[in-house]
Design a protein around this ligand. Structure first.
Ligand code: EPU
Length: 313
């Protein structure tokens, strides 16, 4: 295969050809793949190589290839908590978008879900099967892999609150399954998945009527629609602090509406930066620094980003 205009290294085409030879035609492999459209903020440069493995066996091949060739890789989920810098991502970007990873199956009163399943689809499957307690997932614009990795939460619900077992792959390509009580989690983090790839989880709920689930889904949607912006964003930019929710702090500092290029602090919620049209990653990074500096100088608070910032400047 050939690569048009390799973005970073001329070695990309060679790397791509070697990896292609190891994978079945069912796996997708592309060079110089634009990533902005694969993020909810819609900014950032391309991936040097982009791979969608067809199944776990092919994912294991990709991970071993990265290890053998000392090639960095990045797992891209729904791209909702992510700021990719304008220079794009060096190495291999792996996305679990193949049907083998997006499946949601109802088994013994629980949902066995692949890491690529959208959280919204899991919430809707739960409604179909009269499972309550999963409604909060509806409003998180992510897929399960990302939500597990960062123990995503909304509306007082946390991803790991509803996980029964976690399936993951280590970087040597070996799959493992753990019961949830063997997995350590904290606010916005599952440390195990900082050095392993989430493959999926068995999600558990409580028995509820479809009407009860529907009412709770509506409540979550309503709260989100009225308290969060509709424009493209990466979700909350900063983690909440012990002293104050980050959005409240940014609001109190009078920073709503602050603009750098087309990156703007949302008027609806202070902890969201929206892309008003053609923002660049640089615009967003500059705005983040303005906010952090003001919080430090005026309130002595060190804001930590919740969004993952990756790639080349
Ligand atoms: N607030 C303000 N001004 C603002 C924004 C918020 O005064 O501009 C106040 C609110 O009135 C409220 C408090 O700050 O009293 C907290 O706000 P909110 O209820 O919106 O929750 P949050 O702590 O800002 C968290 C999660 C969100 C999640 C919501 C809803 C974090 C960093 N954020 O936001 O998650 O959707 O709760 O449950 O934990 C995300 O992680 O990307 C995200 C959006």
């Amino acid at each position: 295969m050939t690569c048009a205009e390799p973005i970073i290294a001329p070695a990309s085409a060679d790397l791509a050809a070697q990896l292609r030879a190891l994978l079945s035609p069912a796996s997708v492999l592309r060079c110089n793949e634009p990533l902005a459209k694969r993020t909810t903020l819609r900014v950032g440069g391309p991936a040097e190589l982009y791979v969608e493995p067809a199944d776990e066996a092919e994912l294991a091949i990709v991970l071993r290839f990265c290890c053998d060739h000392d090639t960095p890789f990045f797992m891209l989920g729904r791209g909702s908590n992510l700021l990719i810098r304008d220079g794009g991502i060096r190495g291999i970007v792996i996305h679990l978008g193949a049907p083998n990873f997006t499946r949601i199956a109802f088994e013994a009163g629980q949902l066995r879900c692949g890491a690529g399943a959208k959280l919204r689809d899991i919430a809707l499957a739960a409604k179909r099967h009269s499972l309550g307690g999963l409604e909060f997932l509806e409003g998180i614009p992510g897929n399960l892999g990302g939500a597990l990795r960062m123990n995503a939460g909304a509306m007082n619900g946390w991803t790991f609150d509803v996980v029964a077992t976690l399936r993951y792959m280590d970087y040597a390509g070996v799959a493992h399954e753990l019961s949830v009580n063997e997995v350590q989690t904290t606010y916005r983090s599952c440390p195990l998945l900082k050095s392993a790839v989430a493959l999926g989880a068995v999600i558990t709920g409580r028995s509820a009527s479809p009407e009860q689930v529907e009412a709770r889904l509506k409540e979550c949607q309503q709260k989100r629609w009225t308290s969060q912006p509709k424009e493209p964003s990466a979700g909350c930019i900063f983690k909440n602090t012990k002293v104050s929710p980050a959005g409240k702090l940014i609001d109190e500092l009078g920073l709503k509406g602050t603009r750098v290029g087309d990156a703007v602090v949302s008027d609806v919620h202070g902890n969201f930066i929206i892309n008003a049209g053609s923002a660049t990653a640089r615009d967003v990074q500059t705005l983040i620094e303005i906010i952090r500096t003001r919080a430090r100088d005026q309130r002595g608070i060190e804001l930590e980003t919740e969004v993952e910032i990756i790639g080349e400047d």
